[in-house]
Design a binder for this molecule. Sequence first.
Ligand SMILES: [Zn+2]
Length: 140
Amino acid sequence: MIEYCPCGNNKVYEECCKPFIDKKEYPDTAEELMRSRYTAFTLGKVDYIINTHIEKIRPVKERKKMQRWMNSIEWLGLSIVKTEAGQANDEIGMVEFRAIYIEDGYTEALHEQSNFEKIDGKWYYVSGTHLQNDKVYLKY
Ligand SMILES: [Zn+2]
């Protein structure tokens, strides 16, 4: 049985997000970083989430709280809504996504536009704007 990567990219984990989470490789694009961060959330890899925040907003003190939250959530899937820039030769990028999860027995959707910036050749998460859920994107 083939175990696909949690990020939904139709690749096996070992050939998708794992090399990034293991720091063997670094994402070329903002979307790859976004996908690997989602996968890290599903696997409870809190250090990867923290370390892929841009340094000035790195939530080091939130580590325990984040770990507890991550362990209490069941992630159901990620869909990329759109991307702007964020390619291998860009310095900034935006990825809009929807992630579906179960928290306290309720199915929730996180719909966010995340901003990414490249520092010394590596992509980092800078900020995110939560969007209202709207019907256009309710495809689950
Ligand atoms: Zn992946």
